[in-house]
Design a binder for this molecule. Structure first.
Ligand SMILES: Nc1ncnc2c1ncn2[C@@H]1O[C@H](COP(=O)(O)OP(=O)(O)OP(=O)(O)O)[C@@H](O)[C@H]1O
Ligand SMILES: [Mg+2]
Length: 391
């Protein structure tokens, strides 16, 4: 006769591939019942009812438990987790990620801010560059990692033309430029044109090298310009830098809901808490004082509200951002009095408030804060969004 213990043992073979753990350790098994005539009923609590892994988890469960001698039939009953259960599960997933994270040259004391977006071309790189400078201007030591390996644009935006070099210990030394420590694939390749030749050669390893073989030194903050998409790079980053938190850039366009679902999905895959939204390209003010909302209105607030996180700043549309970006003169430095520069500074200050420098906080306080943050923001969001999406 099959025991409950046998069933739990079999369930340890069912893995949630995105969360990187088996369903027993992740606390997803809500109950096991075995009838005398060999019917095993398994309760499984999914993070959200539309969990993309649902089908796979159900069929794996049926197969693994069904193969136990004495089990005649398997009934899988799935439910959706409560907010508390989800918070617990994400904490477990992150703890596992932290335990298995590989050592990097980025100090655990460094705050990592990953700048992401739900779609391309919304100004992620412009925001990353200006934000890094704004935080450096607050007096912090700041690193800027251009993780957009194939589509790097930060060197041009900061006017960095030197190549990276290695120190005596064969560690790559970041380029000190405009008061930040910059690393980008663009500082290695010969020219922007030859960048394509890199593709498929060593680029898959480039990000790993940027984290493991760069002598970052003691950084207060590391700002990461994330590549577009929700793919491998995001997951690799989260695996190597489990302390990373995400700031999302969006435009005022009213497509926020779609974007929000993508962002929530990215956060789920990478266990990164999303700490705030920056709306970019908000409005254009002409010399006569009129304001034009060229890209619509309200997208930033809508996204922030649907994710349950603050809108950190609204950056106006300003041609100087384009010019400055092309000529290596970021607007926070080139036009410090402009509205856009002030908005970037506001975003920098808000981020430092939300994610204060590590020295100010004990580790325990930080973990407590992260769990609390998950509880109030990130965790309820994916469910709410998925519910909306399925309607
Ligand atoms: N607030 C703004 N006002 C005017 N132009 C802007 C603003 N923000 C960004 N831009 C311009 O929009 C273009 C795209 O910006 P950027 O390269 O920063 O976007 P991105 O999200 O990093 O794009 P990608 O997805 O290709 O990496 C650039 O030419 C940039 O100068
Ligand atoms: Mg970019």
């Amino acid at each position: 006769m099959v025991t409950e213990q046998d069933v739990y043992q079999a369930l340890r073979g069912v893995v949630d591939p995105e969360l990187g753990g088996d369903i027993v350790e992740l606390g997803m098994v809500s109950g096991v019942d075995i009838s005398p005539d060999g019917v095993a009923t398994i309760g499984i609590a999914l993070t959200i009812s539309e969990c993309p892994m649902r089908g796979q988890i159900e069929s794996d469960t049926a197969r693994k438990v069904g193969s136990l001698p004495g089990v005649r039939e398997v009934v899988v009953r799935t439910t959706a987790m409560s907010r508390e259960q989800r918070a617990g599960l994400m904490a477990t997933a992150r703890r596992k990620a932290r335990e298995s994270s590989e050592p990097t040259q980025v100090s655990p004391m460094t705050r990592v801010i990953a700048v992401g977006s739900g779609k391309g071309g919304v100004g992620k790189s412009s925001v990353s560059a200006n934000l890094a400078l704004a935080i450096a201007d607050l007096g912090f030591t700041v690193g800027l990692l251009d993780a957009d390996i194939w589509g790097f644009s930060i060197p041009r935006m900061l006017g960095a033309e030197e190549r990276l070099r290695a120190g005596d210990d064969r560690q790559i030394i970041p380029l000190e430029t405009q008061g930040v420590r910059l690393v980008s694939a663009g500082l290695i390749v010969e020219s922007e044109e030859t960048a394509l030749m890199w593709r498929g050669l060593m680029l898959s390893k480039a990000l790993e090298q940027f984290l493991k073989q760069v002598a970052w030194g003691e950084l207060g903050y590391l700002v990461i310009d994330m590549p577009p998409g929700t793919g491998d790079i995001q997951m690799a980053l989260a695996r190597m830098l489990p302390q990373a938190e995400m700031v999302v850039v969006t435009t005022p366009q009213a497509t926020a809901q779609k974007v929000a679902i993508r962002v929530a999905d990215m956060a789920r895959r990478s266990y990164m808490p999303v700490v705030g939204v920056i709306e970019n390209m908000t409005a254009f003010s002409c010399d006569h004082g009129s304001e034009y909302r060229i890209f619509g209105e309200g997208g930033g607030l809508e996204l922030a509200e649907s994710l349950g996180i603050p809108l950190l700043a609204q950056i106006p549309l300003d041609p100087e951002i384009v010019v400055g970006g092309d000529e290596g003169r970021p607007i926070v430095r080139a036009r410090p009095d402009s509205e856009a520069a002030q908005a970037f500074r506001r975003a920098g200050r808000r981020i430092v408030e939300l994610i204060p420098p590590a020295q100010d906080e004990t580790c325990t306080a930080r973990i407590a804060r992260l769990i609390e943050a998950l509880d109030v923001r990130g965790e309820q969001a994916p469910l709410a969004l998925a519910d909306q999406a399925s309607r």
